[in-house]
Design a protein around this ligand. Structure first.
Ligand code: SAH
Length: 226
């Protein structure tokens, strides 16, 4: 199945909003760390429902926020959720970003980067469209150290790349980005039931669920364009 078919189906049955709700637990902390200044142009790679572009304009006062997504259904939904004139959504592919060099001050991506068919090339594309000194805040829940995420590939037809934290840093450098930092952003909002309720559908033990959300959370790698 193509990105378009897979994620158009998600957009059609409301999974774009479902993801927004879950991802917001950590995404809001990532967004609030971005050094966005009033009037900046920002880019969201794999924008889904478009919450990041909306938030960057509303809360960080970005002048222009562009979300790119390969699924037209996602783009259509994202457009319908806002009437902010600074916010735009485009259909496009991670392989070839439809922007000239140095187009953006900052770039964000949440739970999307690992779907890139050629992730190193996508990093090079992000580096290309960022102006010198621009940052890339790349957030993922699917990564090697998060053993609880490993089975996710079984439920989706798009091939996913599972790098470790060190591999993210190496590949950022390989693509020409400096690595300004990397850390785990905990999800403190997903409710964790008492131990007596385990095993649950997703977790054998309470400890495993605590590890997944509170300890591992979202892996954030921050790159800076030279
Ligand atoms: N960032 C959003 C959406 C995450 S889902 C959130 O946090 O909720 C991942 C999104 O990336 C999907 O909307 C999907 O259509 C998009 N995507 C996946 N692979 C892509 C590719 N190769 N090119 C463009 N978009 C892609």
């Amino acid at each position: 199945m193509s990105v378009r078919d897979e994620f158009d189906a998600w957009a059609a049955d409301g999974r774009d909003r479902g993801m927004e709700e879950r991802h917001w637990h950590t995404a809001k902390h990532v967004l609030s760390r971005m050094p966005v200044e009033s009037g900046d142009a920002v880019f969201d790679l794999g924008s889904g429902s478009g919450y990041a572009a909306r938030a960057l304009c509303e809360a960080a006062d970005a002048g222009r926020a562009v979300g790119l997504d390969g699924a037209p259904g996602m783009v259509e939904n994202a457009r319908a959720y806002t009437d902010d004139e600074g916010v735009e959504f485009l259909v496009g592919d991670f392989d070839a970003l439809p922007f000239v060099d140095d187009s953006f001050d900052h770039c964000f991506s949440m739970e999307a980067f690992y779907y890139a068919p050629d992730p190193l090339h996508t990093l090079e594309e992000v580096a290309r469209v960022l102006r010198p000194g621009g940052t890339f805040y790349c957030a993922v829940n699917y990564y090697e150290e998060n053993v609880h995420s490993h089975e996710w590939q079984d439920n989706i037809s798009i091939p996913m790349t599972r790098w470790s934290g060190p591999e993210y840093r190496e590949q950022f450098r390989e693509a020409g980005l400096y690595v300004a930092g990397q850390d785990n952003v905990p999800d403190r909002e997903t409710e964790i039931p008492p131990a007596s309720e385990f095993p649950t559908e997703g977790f054998e033990t309470r400890e495993a669920m605590v590890e997944r959300y509170r300890d591992l959370g979202t892996l954030l790698t921050v790159g800076v364009a030279p």
